[in-house]
Design a protein around this ligand. Structure first.
Ligand SMILES: [Zn+2]
Ligand SMILES: [Zn+2]
Length: 403
């Protein structure tokens, strides 16, 4: 799948390699004890204990289980926020690994166990070189990234006060270990969910003329929506509308009175996002009315578009390019995905950069996609995550200068 061999992998410096065992131990412990959104009580208390042990005074209980702690450097400089997410997913693990989830129906199937371990060890190393740090580094451990979102409530509680820039990483199974990819500008999509109810008039299956069939009406809306996209949205725009639920009817001889369908909209552009929602509403109501029925559309706003700041992205690139395998510049837009990330909320408020760090390794069966019950990571990516954070933080401290 990838042109990458183990012998070309970057090697973390000795200082960081020394922590591999600790990173693995922390990650496996979090992995074995996954906690869902806003229930990250055990994880959060381990994070708090670890931060206290290395001499920090964490502020806990932010948005229920979130934590921040400031490392105040010995030199003048900016305040940089570095974020990790802590939550797991409602999936039953099927990896068969000895440190598999101890709770059926809960699993770290996205790599957030690794993110938390990486940020803890990064903090430990930073504390050892505190005097040389330019500015302040704010560590942020966040709940509920997988939904409904922990970033927005943490921001509401003031975690961005005084922050100049933010970075975060995602261990990424679409890249081999040692590879890094990210791009300036939009990189992850805005996510919205919708539910449509089509009201018709129920009748006997043999006499459809006596009612209004909501199923054929809803089917027309579903297929017309795809035409609405292909004819109404700039083809250069990354854009997806997927209908993922469709429910109607109870029997073979009854045309039901209503049908429901729902799905998700993924967009990169706020104007396109708003315009499409209006057009979709008109389509649903218009098609339903043409058949003698009616339609109601309900939207739930998800995460905004994740936009990397060009200047911060450039500084991160300079910090990383002599260590990681960087995806060539012309292929960098491949970093773009129509997935969503609530890191986007921080980057809406302050400039920053979110980076994808390779964790794919077929030999270790770390080759299943995120959210798959057999998902796992190549743990060699953990020290690389520390390397990534340290390099970016150091460079940002110097380049962004004093406040
Ligand atoms: Zn995920
Ligand atoms: Zn994730």
């Amino acid at each position: 799948m990838f042109e990458c061999t183990a012998d070309v992998q970057p090697k973390p410096t000795d200082e960081i390699a020394e922590f591999k065992e600790e990173l693995v131990r922390l990650r496996r412990d979090f992995h074995q004890h996954p906690e869902l959104a806003f229930e990250e009580v055990r994880t959060s208390s381990i994070v708090e204990g670890y931060l206290r042990e290395i001499g920090l005074e964490p502020k806990t209980g932010i948005a229920k289980t979130g934590i921040i702690a400031d490392i105040v450097g010995g030199l003048a400089g900016p305040t940089i926020l570095v974020r990790a997410d802590m939550d797991a997913l409602p999936i039953t693990e099927q990896t068969g690994l000895p440190f598999s989830s101890s709770t059926p129906g809960k699993m770290h199937a996205c790599g957030h166990d690794g993110h938390t371990a990486i940020l803890l060890v990064t903090a430990k190393i930073l504390m050892q070189r505190k005097d040389q740090i330019k500015g302040t580094i704010r560590l942020l451990f966040q709940p509920a990234e997988e939904g409904p979102g922990g970033a927005a409530p943490m921001i509401a509680e003031g975690v961005l006060d005084g922050v100049d820039a933010a970075i975060g990483l995602h261990l990424w199974l679409h890249l081999p270990t040692g590879h890094l990819n990210f791009c300036a500008g939009p990189m992850l999509a805005a996510t919205d969910e919708f539910d449509v109810t089509v009201h018709g008039i129920g009748t006997h299956a043999a006499s459809p003329q006596m009612g209004v069939d909501p199923i054929t009406t809803a089917c027309q809306i579903v297929s017309s929506a795809q035409t609405l996209i292909s004819r109404g949205v700039d083809p250069k725009q990354p854009f997806v509308l997927s209908v993922t639920k469709f429910q109607a009817g109870t029997a073979y001889n009854i045309i039901p009175p209503s049908a429901k369908f729902g799905g998700t909209l993924r967009t990169y552009d706020e104007t396109v996002r708003a315009e499409f929602k209006t057009a979709f509403q008109k389509l649903c109501e218009g098609v339903a009315a043409a058949h003698g029925g009616s339609a109601e559309v309900e939207w739930r706003e998800g995460y905004p578009v994740l936009v990397n700041d060009p200047k911060i992205a450039m500084i991160c690139e300079e910090a990383c390019r002599d260590f990681f395998h960087m995806i060539p510049a012309e292929e960098r837009p491949d970093a773009r995905s129509l997935g969503g990330e609530d890191m986007a909320f921080y980057l809406q408020e302050i400039p920053g950069c979110f980076l994808f760090l390779g964790a794919y390794n077929e030999d270790l069966e770390a080759c299943y996609n995120h959210h798959h019950p057999k998902f796992t990571i190549d743990e060699d990516s953990l020290p690389m995550g520390v390397e990534l954070f340290l390099r970016c933080l150091d460079r940002l401290g110097s380049e962004l200068g004093s406040k």
